[in-house]
Design a protein around this ligand. Structure first.
Ligand SMILES: NC(=O)c1ccc[n+]([C@@H]2O[C@H](COP(=O)([O-])OP(=O)(O)OC[C@H]3O[C@@H](n4cnc5c(N)ncnc54)[C@H](O)[C@@H]3O)[C@@H](O)[C@H]2O)c1
Length: 331
């Protein structure tokens, strides 16, 4: 007989069982608010391994998984090029879903999914987990009502040597779309929407991959703030300290935010406020239980807006011209 706590657990089907899905499966299977009931992956070995690891049925077609009648929600964690059909099928099945970033390789697909979600009367969230970190919540609360002059961001890491789909331009859209989307999203979350970008890309160090290994982007925000973003994946593969680093120049102080913390300079002049809130999975599960994603910090539309910035930067680098976000941006 199931206890009340078990009965209130959100029953999740996980679609895509690769590297990143491991984190989702751990969080969902071990979290107090959810339970994984089935998994799916087009690669049989990946589906079977995950199914056996977590003791749940596994499928090689997400549509088979969606035929189950015991699902409350889905988590989708597939390569950038594989989005679209899965989300449409999940929405048509009437399930809310959490999809890992970025939402797609192109805006047309992302907008089709957004429309399918609306038409089905469900909601969806995107896995920008940095938004839920306590220090990011504190930084955002500190920034409320303040004027940002300039934000500088960088994402330098060493994953460009992997030689997987992640580094394949056609499949992933390159580092700005696939990986530094986190930094773009953090900028949007803290500084607001982006109005225009002007970008450059270069191949400086890595050979044998189809994506550039150096990117710079100049940004103008709707608020009037300016920004710069630089990314590279030719850095030391063992050093993650330079991923998702932001410096914000404000009136009389500097706010630094990275993956591990937030701090103010000069020290002691002001303090970041104390702010708390649920992590990404707790917020998602609370939304599924209540039918209202009140604590979800990244909606599907937010994910589309973040993707649009990365794609606009890619387009700017290609054309050599500034690109306004209001313009329709393709791949
Ligand atoms: N939020 C983060 O910090 C973070 C970190 C790493 C990766 N990611 C994102 O997670 C996603 C997956 O990345 P990954 O590194 O796990 O890739 P991966 O290649 O390791 O895993 C992807 C899995 O999806 C499966 N797949 C492909 N098409 C499918 C389909 N139609 N149905 C079911 N399964 C399918 C593949 O067989 C593979 O097992 C990407 O969007 C990536 O950008 C997010």
């Amino acid at each position: 007989m199931s206890t009340g706590a078990e009965a209130s657990r959100v029953r999740v089907g996980v679609i895509g069982c690769g590297g990143r899905a491991g984190s989702h499966l751990h969080a969902l299977a071990r979290g107090s608010g959810s339970t994984v009931v089935a998994v799916a992956d087009v690669v049989e070995a990946a589906a079977r391994t995950a199914g056996e690891r977590w003791g749940v049925p596994w499928y090689t077609d997400h549509r088979e998984l969606l035929r189950r009648d015991d699902l409350d929600a889905a988590v989708i964690c597939v390569p950038v090029f594989a989005h679209g059909q899965i989300e449409g099928d999940v929405a048509a099945r009437g399930l809310p879903f959490l999809v890992d970033k970025p939402v797609a390789r192109d805006l047309a697909t992302a907008r089709r999914v957004a429309e399918a979600v609306r038409a089905a009367g469900v909601w969806a969230s995107v896995g920008y987990q940095l938004r839920y970190l306590p220090h990011v919540r504190r930084a955002r609360a500190f920034l409320a009502g303040r004027t940002v002059a300039v934000v500088e961001g960088h994402y330098w890491c060493g994953t460009g040597r992997a030689g997987s789909w992640h580094n394949d331009w056609e499949k992933s859209g390159g580092q700005l779309v696939e990986q530094a989307t986190h930094t773009v999203d953090l900028m949007r979350h803290l500084v607001g929407d982006v109005e225009a970008v002007y970008a450059q890309q270069a191949r400086r160090i890595l050979t044998g991959i189809t994506s550039p290994d150096a990117y710079t982007v100049s940004l103008r925000f709707v608020s009037g703030a300016l920004g710069t973003l630089s990314t590279s994946w030719a850095h030391d593969p063992g050093d993650w300290s330079q991923a998702n680093v932001l410096h914000l120049s404000l009136d009389g102080c500097l706010l630094r935010v990275d993956g591990g913390g937030a701090s103010l300079l000069p020290e002691g002049k002001e303090q970041l406020p104390e702010v708390d809130g649920p992590d990404m999975y707790a917020a998602f599960c609370a939304g599924v239980r209540s039918g209202r994603p009140a604590e979800v910090l990244s909606s599907y539309d937010d994910g589309v807006a973040t993707l649009a910035v990365s794609l606009a930067a890619n387009e700017s680098a290609r054309s050599g011209r500034p690109v306004a976000l209001a313009e329709a941006v393709g791949a």
